[in-house]
Design a binder for this molecule. Structure first.
Ligand SMILES: *Cc1c(COP(=O)(O)O)cnc(C)c1O
Length: 513
């Protein structure tokens, strides 16, 4: 037999010859030590800790029981349909569904939103002949809607929110509806500020124009109804409102399931059918894909089902009360801290606050101080807390964002002790400034035609990427994020997006041995 030239050309093998299981698991656990903790209530973004013993173990075992099952074909694996129908049924019952309501289990909020937008686009085309569809959004709508518009060829029509309440303006939303509108969006609540849009009025306007209306309850859907059960006042926001035609709710947020679990609901099966993709025009098996994925593990579905069954109505009500308690306590403490200003009136576990310049006789209320805010985030990180910086946008101030969970309750006092201390340290640091030369340069750059060298230069300037002398790891993260985020805040949106793309590309840079 001739030696295979392709095989001999490959000098470095793709993988080790094989390694013992115990060694691999040890390495995986060791890798985690550099990550933010996902349990314990000090990481105020990305993770949802119910603080309940045994829940992680249940989710893991349920996943394992279904890890090898392919969710692609419920006729071969009927238990997949049973679990999904249970979950969708629970979501419909919780969120104002009718007997006609149907839905789908998806991998997350982004996929639920992508599917709701695709459904609306295809519905508008088939029922109204809309070929050039628009998506009407409040400026606070989640970025996933812009992603959906970009993927699916819709034009986003962005409507500014009220600058005091941060809620969508229903009159302006109604005025933005045209014969090309495929979908109108409202959030319950918005991620950025945790406030609930006036869903009833927005849905009513959509219905008057015979246009579909989606409620993004990705973060609030599994919390708001239980806050109500725990005795809080929550205005109507769900499918019980006339005019609301679809809704997304993430189980991997306040449902406390592991990542990869969301539900999208539709008023009826006739609307949902536009979500499905079917293909019989090839020689392989007949394809029907309700979601973006083809083959998918049923493990995520099984763990979400198990977590929901285990926590149950009583558990979610108790957990929602704990989130509300943490929120009340935190808001009270933030209000009592000089120069912190809470944005809007947060209603559902999310809190965004900005940091103001110290009051002077001319400016008694101070103005948002980006440099101080970013230094504060860094100073809190040094003290073991992760608060999520959000940059300024369209007149809305930059802020620090906290996602509260039941595990927060026992941490609020410690947080409120560290916060003023961190603020004092932040004030003692030299203010971050943007290099005017870079800001001027940025104004002349076209994000689409930047060369890799231009981009590398700017990233190095920002303290990201390789240093000019070749020192520093490409994609290495700086100790303090303030200078980087400050620079980003000053740049035009498109340039920001291009730089972020290059930066994350550099994080996912394969290392050649
Ligand atoms: C989290 C979130 C999303 C996106 O969901 P992912 O699960 O991160 O894909 C969309 N909308 C809102 C309001 C969210 O909080």
């Amino acid at each position: 037999m001739q030696p295979d030239p392709a095989a001999s050309a490959q000098e470095t093998p793709a993988l080790p010859a094989g390694r013992p299981a115990a060694e691999i698991l040890t390495e995986l656990k060791a890798l985690r030590t550099a990550d933010a903790p996902t349990r314990g209530g000090r990481t105020f973004a990305y993770v949802y800790d119910p603080g309940r013993e045994g829940l992680d173990e249940l989710a893991t075992e349920a996943y394992a029981a279904y890890a090898t099952v392919n969710g692609l074909d419920p006729t071969v694996f009927p238990s997949v349909a049973r679990l999904e129908n249970d979950l969708v049924g629970a979501a419909a019952a919780l969120l104002g569904g009718s007997p006609q309501t149907q839905g789908t289990f998806t991998s997350g909020g982004t996929e639920s939103i992508l599917l709701a937008v695709k459904t609306a686009r295809d519905h508008a085309r088939s029922t109204r002949g809309v070929t050039d569809p628009q998506l009407v959004l409040p400026s606070t709508a989640h970025a996933a809607f812009h992603k959906a518009a970009a993927y699916l060829g819709l034009e986003p029509v962005v409507v500014p929110v009220d600058p005091v309440t941060y809620k969508a303006n229903p009159t302006a939303m109604a005025a933005a509806i045209t014969p090309r509108t495929a979908l109108v969006v409202a959030s319950a609540p918005s991620y950025a500020h945790g406030v609930i849009d006036p869903v009833a009025r927005i849905a009513e306007a959509a219905a008057e124009h015979e246009v579909l209306c989606h409620v993004d309850a990705c973060i609030g859907g599994w919390l708001l109804p239980y806050l109500r059960k725990a005795g809080r006042t929550v205005e109507p926001f769900d499918l019980s409102l006339p005019g609301v035609t679809s809704l997304s709710v993430d189980l991997h947020k306040y449902g406390y399931a592991d990542k990869g679990a969301s539900v999208v609901l539709y008023r009826d099966a006739e609307l949902r059918r536009h979500q499905y993709f079917a293909h019989a025009g090839w020689p392989g098996y007949p394809v029907v894909n309700p979601t973006v994925q083809g083959t998918k593990s049923a493990g995520l579905l099984a763990q979400a089902w198990a977590v929901l069954q285990h926590i149950g109505e009583d558990g979610y009500t108790t957990l929602a009360a704990r989130v509300a308690e943490a929120s009340d306590h935190l808001l009270e403490g933030l209000r009592a801290t000089p120069d912190l200003h809470i944005l809007g009136e947060p209603e559902a576990g999310l809190v965004a606050f900005t940091v103001l310049t110290s009051a002077t006789p001319d400016r008694p209320s101070g103005t948002p101080d980006l440099s101080l805010l970013l230094h504060l985030a860094d100073e809190m990180r040094v003290r073991g807390w992760y608060l999520q910086p959000q940059l300024s946008f369209d007149g809305l101030p930059p802020n620090l964002h906290l996602t509260l969970t039941p595990a927060t309750v026992d941490r609020v006092d410690a947080l409120l002790t560290d916060l003023p201390e961190a603020l004092t340290s932040a004030r003692s640091l030299p203010p971050t400034t943007a290099d005017p030369a870079l800001t001027d340069l940025a104004a002349t750059l076209d994000p689409d035609t930047l060369t890799p060298e231009d981009v590398a230069g700017i990233l190095a300037f920002a303290g990201l990427g390789e240093g000019p002398d070749g020192s520093g790891e490409p994609g290495g993260l700086p100790e303090r994020m303030a200078p980087v985020l400050f620079l980003l805040d000053t740049l035009p949106v498109r340039l920001k997006e291009r730089l972020l793309t290059e930066f994350v590309g550099s994080v996912f840079q394969r290392r050649t041995p």
